[in-house]
Design a protein around this ligand. Structure first.
Ligand SMILES: Cc1cc2nc3c(=O)[nH]c(=O)nc-3n(C[C@H](O)[C@H](O)[C@H](O)COP(=O)(O)O)c2cc1C
Length: 202
């Protein structure tokens, strides 16, 4: 069964099996409008993030955000890779997503990054529900970012998320303009799900 969803965005998404529409409404947009995101709205996203599951309910996520034109926005923006800076400058909010990789007793929390990824996903799904798109970035200078944010040794910056309401892809320079409307694709289920070790492909 082919399902497509074009409700909130120009991206064509086809799935083999039907899934919740919200999962299709989240996508990594690059064209953001000038409409600000109010702190009240942001708090809905952080509340959603907090409801992710985590090992030992440790909740190892920390978020540091800067709204457009703030010092923190400029600081986070300055650490982004050049290709990300081209479009992320129009974001209304940049968020540093931080993992505390240790439990209070000093032992390592091996699932910290996993749990922080889950919290980020909750945040982005709640954002999609409110018409806000987010774009996670691993393309930033971690060493500089962690130094600027004075991140201690027991923590890492996992990603930086750009948030904003969507604007037209026409506003983007190439190659981002084309990418913004290129259909999203995924591996078929059989490429990553196995019911026997003989078939397992790693
Ligand atoms: C941890 C992580 C790091 C990413 N880093 C970047 C990045 O630096 N720049 C970028 O344009 N997209 C980045 N992305 C976005 C991915 O390219 C995107 O999620 C993927 O192509 C799937 O598209 P979708 O999010 O629209 O489904 C990143 C995504 C994740 C989860």
């Amino acid at each position: 069964m082919l399902k497509s969803n074009m409700k909130k965005h120009p991206k064509i998404v086809s799935t083999q099996y039907e899934i919740h529409p919200l999962l299709l409404d989240r996508w990594s947009a690059r064209s953001f409008s000038t409409k600000p995101i109010h702190i009240e709205t942001l708090n809905h996203l952080f509340e959603a993030a907090s409801w992710a599951a985590s090992s030992m309910n440790e909740q190892p996520w920390r978020f540091v955000f800067g709204a457009k034109d703030s010092e923190l926005f400029s600081l986070l923006y300055s650490t982004l890779a050049g290709g990300n800076q081209v479009w992320a400058k129009e974001a209304q909010v940049l968020i540093a997503v931080i993992a505390n990789t240790h439990f209070p007793d000093g032992s390592m929390n091996l699932h910290a990054w996993h749990d922080v990824g889950a919290a980020s996903t909750y945040l982005l799904l709640q954002a999609a529900e409110l018409g806000i798109l987010g774009h996670q970035m691993g393309g930033f200078n971690r060493e500089i970012a962690e130094s600027l944010l004075k991140i201690p040794n027991n923590c890492n910056i996992v990603s930086i998320i750009a948030l904003g309401y969507r604007d037209s892809h026409e506003l983007l320079p190439e190659p981002f303009k084309t990418r913004e409307i290129t259909p999203r694709t995924r591996k078929p289920i059989h490429a990553f799900v196995f019911d026997s070790l003989d078939k397992l492909s790693l």
